[in-house]
Design a protein around this ligand. Structure first.
Ligand SMILES: [Zn+2]
Length: 254
């Protein structure tokens, strides 16, 4: 039952972790106290149950917002401090359908953001817990990855691999260290990479062809080395040119 619901949500392009699955099961499949079967639910009942059991944002939730900072699009994380009305005013009591969230950002002060532009932070990360997934590629003599946070002192092995979906960057942690604050730190490290590289990003935005400059040209090589280290920061047009450039070179060398 659970799996059918999760699959259906995924097929509809929804993230199952944002829904109360038990609630959907109860409302869409068990009506009037008896199980009505998988095929028995009608479209309207399903839709209503899904809408009803979408997890709401709550005060204290860690969320992600998108900010435009000095010409760069940045993803920032923070916790919802309270909700606000469309006119900026506060709610008395529990807001039923709040308009905006006042988010206290970890790295960037605070912002009032419409709820439609607020994403649950946990949706930004993919979590792997199988030993082989977590430790694949461990090159040190131990044959396993230590927890990044406490493993340096204790040799404690990682138990989860947290992947920041937007960049593909990852961090390996033990269960004790894997919390939303450390996941968010990974997301912020990507944001800091962007700030450190802002000049390069702007140059390649302005003139994407810089990345396909002559081999052995010092500057062109610098752009390419930068793109190899931080591929998720390369502006789209330059990334496309660089991809073609590499393909062509591969063909020549073959
Ligand atoms: Zn740890």
């Amino acid at each position: 039952m659970r799996e059918v619901i999760i699959k259906t949500l995924e097929m509809e392009g929804r993230n199952p972790s944002g829904y109360n699955i038990a609630g959907i099961a109860r409302d869409a499949f068990y009506s009037r106290g008896s199980f009505s079967g998988f095929g028995a639910h009608d479209e309207a009942t399903w839709r209503k149950a899904v809408e009803q059991h979408k997890k709401r944002h709550a005060v204290g939730d860690m969320v992600r917002v998108v900010l435009e900072v000095d010409g760069l699009t940045e993803h920032h994380y923070g916790r919802i401090a309270h909700f606000r009305k469309a006119n900026g005013g506060g709610y008395r009591g529990t807001p039923v359908k709040p308009h905006s969230a006042y988010v206290e950002l970890v790295e960037h002060g605070a912002r009032t953001v419409p709820l439609a532009e607020v994403t649950r932070a946990e949706d930004d990360f993919e979590i792997f817990t199988d030993y082989s997934d977590v430790h694949r590629g461990a090159m040190n003599g131990d044959g396993y990855f230590r927890c990044r946070d406490c493993g340096g002192n204790t040799y404690k092995g990682a138990q989860v691999k947290v992947v920041h979906k937007a960049s593909g960057q990852c961090v390996r942690l033990c269960n004790g260290c894997d919390d939303i604050d450390r996941r968010v730190r990974l997301g912020h490290s990507v944001m800091w990479d962007g700030r450190t590289s802002r000049t390069t990003i702007f140059e390649l935005r302005e003139n994407p062809a810089l990345i396909t400059g002559p081999v052995d040209d010092y500057e062109a090589d610098m752009y390419r080395q930068w793109a190899d280290v931080l591929p998720y920061l390369v502006p789209a047009e330059a990334a496309e040119l660089y991809k073609k450039w590499r393909q062509e070179r591969h063909m020549i060398s073959v």
